[in-house]
Design a protein around this ligand. Sequence first.
Ligand SMILES: *[C@@H]1O[C@H](CO)[C@@H](O)[C@H](O)[C@H]1NC(C)=O
Ligand SMILES: *[C@@H]1O[C@H](CO)[C@@H](O)[C@H](O)[C@H]1NC(C)=O
Ligand SMILES: *[C@@H]1O[C@H](CO)[C@@H](O)[C@H](O)[C@H]1NC(C)=O
Length: 207
Amino acid sequence: MQYTSSLVLAFAAAASAATIKVSVGQNGLTYTPNDITANAGDSVEFDFFPKNHTVTQSSFADPCHPLAGGFFSGFVPTKATTLGSTFTIVVKDTKPVWIYCSQTEGDHCQKGMVAAINAPKTGNTLAAFTLLAKNATTSTFPPPGTPIGGTLVKSSGNTTSSSTGTASSSGSMASSTGSTQFTGAAAGLSANMAGMGALALGALAMV
Ligand SMILES: *[C@@H]1O[C@H](CO)[C@@H](O)[C@H](O)[C@H]1NC(C)=O
Ligand SMILES: *[C@@H]1O[C@H](CO)[C@@H](O)[C@H](O)[C@H]1NC(C)=O
Ligand SMILES: *[C@@H]1O[C@H](CO)[C@@H](O)[C@H](O)[C@H]1NC(C)=O
């Protein structure tokens, strides 16, 4: 079997990149950990716990509302007996990435269900973001449908199904328009990286 050079590069990146696991809703309205440090190329795997949460990217200045071109897991209803659904993003660079739960029933974001990847230690900190979120208007989220900007693996107990979304609803790895969605400076995800990561994982599975 022959590998293309990009696949070999993706393989090398995946082999050295870490996967950081974050629990969603395991200890109440929280992401654990919520102050995440990651290197470019690392994956962040969000593991869903009851009851019905999302992983949604916002800007720092506008918590509880989606960032254009940002990632969105969709709602992941989770029963106590059906753990195992995950949403995984690949970190593009070390710029801060701001995250919230879009659930409006119970105002999860306003109640502090927020997280950050590579938040500054001073100035725009996670604590400052959390305070802004408390004052935010009712949460909004992208239209439901396929996940955006990451890979969702939905578990319903015994079976799992996987779907991968790019940050453009019409985008794919081959799409020339897909990357134009990544104009937000805070968008910490590359659709191509996500796709390459998936390929690299496939390659790992073959060896
Ligand atoms: C999950 O929450 C969303 C948003 O509130 C809602 O539309 C959806 O019906 C919920 N799903 C379940 C299974 O409760
Ligand atoms: C939140 O709103 C309160 C009351 O209006 C205000 O005093 C406070 O400064 C606001 N906090 C932030 C972080 O905007
Ligand atoms: C799923 O697993 C549980 C526990 O092993 C079993 O009782 C149940 O019948 C399974 N459901 C399906 C649809 O296979």
